[in-house]
Design a protein around this ligand. Structure first.
Ligand code: F6R
Length: 241
């Protein structure tokens, strides 16, 4: 694993955007796997700014969504699909045919179609991930099998509690989701794991330095040959001892 530690979330966004930009310049038709959540939004904003400034051409990329809740109405503000569309895909005006997102339709059909879409575009060149405080990647919660493909999952209580903030008061947080499995994630040619804030420090340390175990889903990344971790000082606090 390569580790880039930078003072703050803005630095994480800057370093992450630089890595993505280098990849896309070398391969304009790159296939990018995209996490939602708060962490990568600054990176996505920088990509949009670079495209607008004419310093980067993202018009040829294909995107693959990492995960999404089940049961949310179309356009729900917390849906991963909405986050990705709002922060990156709509501003880039990326054609629908090159957006493969989860979060709509029959779950079993959506899972199978997602795997087919990934294969049809030749696999993922770079998978962008965040990390949950419980060590999840995508919505692969502790205990998830390392060889799983895109599948339906039950969300951990911790995840539902933390993500409560993204929902209106009194609105139920979904209990189910679809996620690319860890097996699918590990097939990406490169992986970029982003982490910001003190709440991620324990999970990041366990993922990077700890035992490889299904109890810490992100520890599976130790089995991948090309992982870059970009963390701010707070999230990297457990890595220096
Ligand atoms: C979101 C996702 C999750 C998040 C993780 C961190 O698509 O797959 O694994 O990356 O929960 O979320 P944030 O970035 O909101 O702290």
């Amino acid at each position: 694993m390569r580790l880039i530690i930078t003072p703050d979330a803005e630095g994480v966004a800057r370093e992450g955007a630089r890595l993505v930009a280098d990849l896309v310049r070398a391969r304009p038709s790159a296939v990018l796997g995209l996490a939602a959540g708060a962490t990568p939004v600054g990176l996505y904003r920088r990509l949009v700014e670079a495209q607008r400034a004419g310093t980067l051409d993202l018009s040829g990329i294909t995107v693959i969504g990492l995960d999404d809740y089940l049961g949310l109405p179309p356009g729900h503000q917390a849906a991963c699909r909405t986050v990705l569309e709002r922060s990156l895909l709509a501003p880039l005006n990326l054609p629908e045919a090159r957006r493969h997102l989860l979060g709509a339709g029959d779950p079993a059909v959506a899972c199978a179609e997602h795997e087919r879409a990934i294969a049809a575009c030749g696999g993922i060149d770079l998978q962008i991930l965040g990390i949950g405080v419980n060590g999840h990647i995508g919505f692969n919660e502790p205990g998830a099998a390392f060889d799983a493909r895109t599948h339906q999952v039950a969300l951990a209580a911790t995840t539902r509690t933390i993500n409560r903030k993204d929902f209106a008061e009194g609105e139920p947080v979904p209990s189910a989701a679809i996620t690319m499995g860890i097996g699918t994630i590990l097939e990406a040619r490169r992986i970029l794991l982003l982490a910001t804030g003190a709440s991620k420090a324990d999970a990041l340390a366990a993922a990077v330095l700890g035992t490889v175990t299904e109890a810490v889903p992100a520890s599976a990344l130790q089995r991948h040959a090309d992982v870059t971790v970009i963390a701010d000082f707070a999230a990297a606090a457990g890595l220096s001892s």
